[in-house]
Design a protein around this ligand. Structure first.
Ligand code: PMV
Length: 301
């Protein structure tokens, strides 16, 4: 029997936004938070069904400007099919949308993998990544490609637009990290476009973020938690300078620091969405988790 296809969320540890301008950034997949796609045969026309949003629609009813419509069109071309078959494409996801965890790229990659399996046409990771990147242009405006790459290859990476990605050998899964959802939705395309509008004011900070990422790669390699935390705080300061934080994120990040976290910063586009916190050790991580959960926030470990 064919398995359900899926793709993970991702979190950017260092370098979001600056990566759009050619600087390096570091991201890791969140393997336990996933989007699932499954094709079920049906005797009626093609339908897209989303468990999370309640969407239940035919291909013709889809918004022509939407990412999912464009993705279905690209897949028909790629697989040389002129019409979608009579099936239900069922989507479900654990990843919060518009929250900095790459929900758009995960949806694309899960659907591409499911089509490839259903039509029995092997697509390499490289090709899957290229197709997902085309859809990122709709979600992000000017995507760097870091989301689709981390999510396709499901491995921690350092990435830049010119050099592509290198897998990180450091055992990042051992970091006592928390990923916390502020609950505020923020559309990546809007934040990326504001940073671009103010590029002249932002460019010094963008360069500083780029050099910080290189230091962070060393610190991750050495497993130097204190240094990693310090760099997270510094990255957050620079992200505030380019105006992608917001008062709620500043408040939640402040709580991490008041409670002894080694570092904390927003992750992804910012102005809401998720933030990450580095605890001192696993026990401290459990304490921080309780603090945020008691405030009604969703915490991922
Ligand atoms: O908010 P997300 O998960 O879509 O991540 C966006 C990351 C940015 O650096 C802000 C944009 C990009 O394409 O790299």
């Amino acid at each position: 029997m064919n398995m359900t296809s899926s793709a993970p969320a991702k979190t950017i540890l260092f370098g979001e936004h600056a990566v759009v301008y050619g600087e390096p950034a570091i991201a890791i997949p969140l393997l336990n938070i996933r989007t699932y796609a499954k094709i079920h045969p049906s005797d009626k026309e093609f339908r897209l069904i989303s468990e999370n949003t309640g969407m239940n629609t035919t291909y013709n009813e889809l918004d022509p400007a939407s990412g999912i419509k464009k993705l279905l069109d690209l897949l028909m071309d790629e697989l040389s099919i002129s019409n979608l078959p009579p099936v239900n494409l069922q989507i479900s996801s654990d990843i919060p949308i518009a929250s900095g965890l790459g929900s758009g790229a995960a949806l694309s990659v899960a659907v591409i993998r499911e089509f490839s399996q259903y039509f029995q046409k092997h697509l390499s990771n490289e090709r899957i990544n290229e197709i997902a990147f085309e859809i990122e242009k709709i979600y992000h405006g000017f995507p760097s490609g870091i989301d689709n790459t981390t999510i396709t290859y499901e491995t921690p990476i350092i990435f830049s637009k010119s050099d592509g990605f290198t897998r990180l050998t450091a055992d990042i899964s051992k970091l006592p990290l928390l990923i916390i959802d502020s609950g505020i939705h923020s559309e990546t395309v809007n934040v990326v476009s504001d940073v671009k509008k103010n590029y002249d004011n932002n460019k010094t900070y963008i360069k500083e973020i780029g050099s910080l990422v290189k230091t962070a790669k060393e610190a991750l390699g050495n497993g130097n938690l204190k240094e990693i935390g310090k760099l997270m705080n510094e990255n957050q300061r620079l992200l505030s300078q380019i105006n992608v934080s917001c008062k709620e994120l500043d408040h939640y990040i402040g709580i991490a620091r008041q409670n002894g976290a080694l570092g904390s910063k927003l992750t992804g586009a910012g102005r809401g969405g998720n933030f990450i916190v580095l605890a001192g050790d696993p026990e401290h991580r459990t304490q921080l988790k309780s603090i945020y959960e008691s405030m009604g926030l969703r915490v991922f470990l």
